[in-house]
Ligand binder design. Sequence first.
Ligand SMILES: Cc1cc2nc3c(=O)[nH]c(=O)nc-3n(C[C@H](O)[C@H](O)[C@H](O)COP(=O)(O)O)c2cc1C
Length: 191
Amino acid sequence: MKLAVVIGSTRENRVTPKEAKWIANTANKITDVEAEIVDLIDYQLPFFAEAVSPRYNPNRQIDQAVKMWLDKIAEFDAYIFITPEYNHSVPGVLKNAIDYLSSELNRKPAAVASHGSVGGARAAMHLKEILSESRAAVIPQAVAFSGLNDAVDEDGNLSEAFKANPYGPQAALDSMLTELKWYSDALANAR
Ligand SMILES: Cc1cc2nc3c(=O)[nH]c(=O)nc-3n(C[C@H](O)[C@H](O)[C@H](O)COP(=O)(O)O)c2cc1C
């Protein structure tokens, strides 16, 4: 399974990248999983302003930054989008990046990871709907984290205390990855 871990924020001093590293590190320990972090900050997408919805526009004219984003997203079998919660939803930069997609997520599984004061739960609910409309097969399992900022270091290592908790974030992530791999294998076969 070629897995993208998409970082949903780009602001200065953001914390989402270290959580994404922890997710990617964990995924890369699973047999037959190759996880890569996809960081929106590397794409610098303009605000979406195309005249026609990408899904219904075969003659789409796109600039280089958009092409790079679409080509990158098309490479994967499965996705984890990790989003913080901004004003009870996803950051605008993440919604904007998804608005550019046409068929890149079609029939591929996507899982949502979120964080915020209530685990980013409201952003996660929105993101599931957004990804579903973008034709991803959004899996039921999701992970929602609170209070992880100090528990994960810059290299994505989770503290031992958090790791040891059988109902903690590591256990939740492990379980979601198992499910995502199952859906990825099943859907890859079907495609
Ligand atoms: C503009 C803005 C709005 C936010 N709104 C919420 C919110 O509605 N609910 C919440 O739990 N946290 C909210 N937060 C806190 C963020 O979820 C938290 O700072 C998180 O670490 C942001 O991720 P980032 O560091 O990758 O940007 C908000 C933060 C920002 C910058």
